[in-house]
Design a protein around this ligand. Sequence first.
Ligand code: PEP
Length: 258
Amino acid sequence: MQLVRKLIVGNWKMNGTLPEAQSLIRQITADKPWPKNTDNPPLVVLCPSHPMIHPVAMMLDGYDWLTIGAQDCYTQDIGAFTGDVSAMILQSLGVKYCIVGHSERRRLHNETNQVIAQKILCCQKRQITPILCIGETIDERNKGATSAVLEQQLQESLNFEVTNVVSSLVVAYEPVWAIGTGKIPSKQEIIFAHQHIRKIIMQHHLYRRITPVILYGGSVKPDNAAEIVCGDGVDGLLVGGASLKASDFRNIIAACIQ
Ligand code: PEP
């Protein structure tokens, strides 16, 4: 049986200065966070804020278990868009993964699924794997609408006729009510959501040829990571707050060795 490598994404959000980021990376990489002789170490993607991408990428160069990601990109490649950063620019910095549609961008920047679809297209064109974040709010959960919300977010975000450029896709199931709150869904709920997401993607006419990687995100900590990541169909984790503390993040990485 082929062992599948777990994917762990650290989303630093708008935290830390450059010296703090450099110190964090030195601590994360002090030695390998897992026991010796692991056949199948996880791949860890670090997503600093845009100005820190280049120096962080330089520090990650040469590690086979670490790579560089971004937290967002713009919907165009080039032009008069002050303050925005395109997938084309990110590609030139060596970025391999880019988070799109994080709930904070949806809520604070009014990003719609249609905008997110454009961003996914931009990433695909630049050989950057999009990490599409989807998830229900607490109201939607209480109304029993979780499955419908996930389906709508996926259908509308994966809506581009770009058959030639679709290469890879990561989807992060991030219940909005779980982000930064310390609350998480039950293991069964996480497994069910992952199965539902996988089924919708596999039925999608553009995406059925690729194997989506599906992550869980929302209040992942060292003490719940192993339980979550061993769930059927859970390919890895998207970690916010706990990725900013080296010891916590290293323990989460170690918990993904199965
Ligand atoms: C996130 O914001 O993507 C996230 C998962 O945050 P946290 O781990 O802090 O809940």
